[in-house]
Design a binder for this molecule. Sequence first.
Ligand code: CUA
Length: 332
Amino acid sequence: MALVGLGVLAGGIAAAVAVLLPWLPEPASREAGRIDFVFWFVTIICIVIFALVIAVLVYSIWKFRARPGDDSDGPPTHGHTALEIWWTLIPTLLVTSIGVVSAVVLAKNDAQAANTLHVNVTAQQFAWSFSYPSGGNVTSGTLRVPVNRSLELTFTAKDVIHSFWVPEWGQKQDTVPGIHPTLHITPDKVGRFPVICTELCGLGHATMRTYAIVMSQQAFDAWLKTTGGAQNSSNSSVSGESVFTNNACSACHTLTAAKASGKVGPDLDKLPAYALKAGQPLESFVSESITDPSKYVQPGYPDNVMPKTYTSLPKDQLDALVQYLIQSSKKG
Ligand code: CUA
């Protein structure tokens, strides 16, 4: 009776700690639901074993403790074959079952579903961008996706290793320059979830965040169509503002005109003053600061933080961005 009582008490405390504290976010994808199932499967096994061990341990300490003045040896015991068979067999079965459940979940989470939506995810210091091959390569700084449809995310890293994570979706993927890993996710809850970089990737790592917005299929189709239309019609005259937004310059820079308030790099509202101090004409100063950021480093800001990837901006985009920055900074 005492053993059972102790077991129930220890099990109850462990179960309360597991259930009452919010250890994991509410899952918002089918994959996260399966991963949660594995966590609970393992946790329940752990609680039962914990209760058993604590019950026997506490009972033994209390029942078989040495009485004051008792210096005699304990009875000599040597082995117990039946017990040894059981304590080998039960853990073997439990660990094997965890292995089997995990393998099934991994296989299901990796499986290619029908009617998959492909999204290309690009990571660079310090921003995410998402493009939709099925929507004429529309690009977006937020990940907009339809609910209850399988996504295949294909990752590209432009500079260093980053890691894609939406906590509510469960799955994580490192993005490594030179390879293009994929990840399957089926969001099953409408809402707005954080996209986080979980690999230290430089000074702006903590700012490398955006949102995943899960919407109905109709709302997604409408968004893809209008955004695609807007991006394609403006192809003839590239907008500097959209270049600024798409490259997530706001993660590191302040620019009032773009409602950007990043603090990692120089304050772009002050570009005319910076150019004056550097003794350079404003336009070439701005252009060179983007394509060759180490040539002149604004005093008070660290060198080698501005990504070198912007050298690959197409000329029309670079020109549009430079003009946009000049006009915006003069206003600010
Ligand atoms: Cu990208 Cu941390």
